[in-house]
Write a protein that binds this ligand. Sequence first.
Ligand SMILES: [Zn+2]
Length: 338
Amino acid sequence: MKQLRRWALGLIIALAALVGVVGLQAPTPAQDAPVQAPPEVTLEIAGLTVEEVAEGVYTLVASTDFPPADFVTTAICNVTIVVGSDGVLILDTFQNAALANLAFATVATLTDQPIRYVVDTHYHFDHSGGNAAAEVLGLPILGRGPIREFMLTRNQELDPTVTPPSVVVNGTWDVWLGDRQVQLVEFEGHSGGTDLVAYIPDVDVLVTGDMLFAERLPYLADGNIRVWQDNLAMLAETYSTATVIPGHGPVGDRTNLDNLKGYLSTLETLALQWQEQGLSLEQALEQASLPEPYASYGFQGMFSGNVEVAYQQITLGHDDAASIRTYFQAQAPELQAL
Ligand SMILES: [Zn+2]
């Protein structure tokens, strides 16, 4: 947790600095000027590469490990751009307005179609912290479940410019970009009832948000280890042939869904062993080492936090929604909503 604490603190300082900078700039109305990324933030500096995943589906793939090299200019998550015959939908906005504007400016290099919708795949601020830039452009921002409440409480302290979705999606929604359908579907497990995936049927592409960390250890602090495994199985079964775009990590296929499920299942098995051996949390933390198949994964700094969550939810059996919320809220503010 120490490593995470250190980088989270850096993030707060950086965000405070950023808010200072943004606060000095007058908002630019959408119609008056084309979107320009600030010159200091480029795809290269942000650590992003643009990958054409399918026809008209582009992902800005973040290359960073965790913690990122720079908390303001390094993109932490992936952002996906879906181009239809009559408009564009963007999934996630990165962690601040400058990076969101970089994504919007990238759209203009890919298509003449206007951006019509922004979707938050969940509330965590590395995915939604750039929403303010979308609001400046007058774009509707779609999110799911208790996302407004979560952002206005949990993210507020980290991000004073917090801008929650203006449209709340529950159930399954179809968004049409001219002749292209994008299905938004609820799934559970990562972020307290705000996880949303997007499926584009005509090219069989699934955008998972943080329901999938690919070749990265996951952030678990307000997830549910057992529910997440069940939902990963459902995702893999429902979208078995799809190209799969994760919230963090490279584009792949259902194998990555199976692998994350395997990691969570390994954690569960370990936690049941700690229960059998009567270990304290401290003993479990001391004894646990990252199992071999995951040694090459990124985000290794997540492991001790993952062990702690596995101990709470599996060893102690505190995995009901209220217990998870209590555990999550007992974390230092800077460790919430990352
Ligand atoms: Zn994330």
